[in-house]
Ligand binder design. Sequence first.
Ligand SMILES: [Zn+2]
Ligand SMILES: [Zn+2]
Length: 164
Amino acid sequence: MALTCPACSKVKMTPLFDPEKKLEIDLCKNCNGLWFDDHELREFLKSDRFTRMFLPDLINVGNVVAETYSITMKARVCPRCRVRLEERVHNGIAFDICAQCNGIFLDDGEINQILRAYRQGRKSGDKVIEAEMNAGLKREAQDPFSILTPIASFFKDFFDLKKK
Ligand SMILES: [Zn+2]
Ligand SMILES: [Zn+2]
């Protein structure tokens, strides 16, 4: 079942699949928005296929749509739960989140910003972050998302937002 884009409201999203990671995310070809179910964003960051696809710039997949719909500024609704999405801003990146299922909707370009922050964090291997890790992020270090360790502070906040 194709999901309906929270931003365009009438447009069905297109599933994108990474066979290696067995991960499916949903892209709106009208607004280039992306929908991630709970945990899919973390998996996405580990997917070579998807990161190649979305870095450095989102390929323009939008132009294959014959009919265009305007992007609504009205309340956005979770494509799964049909409840209103909550708007959050983290490190300058705005996103919409569903309080019920933890799904995340990202507007065009936002995933690029996240990927860039992710890459930079991995490169710098910051000592401060390392200290933070030792101080209280053991949980993160032990779980399968340890790839996120170098930028734990960025993503810890990011994923903590989801729990509020
Ligand atoms: Zn859309
Ligand atoms: Zn939901």
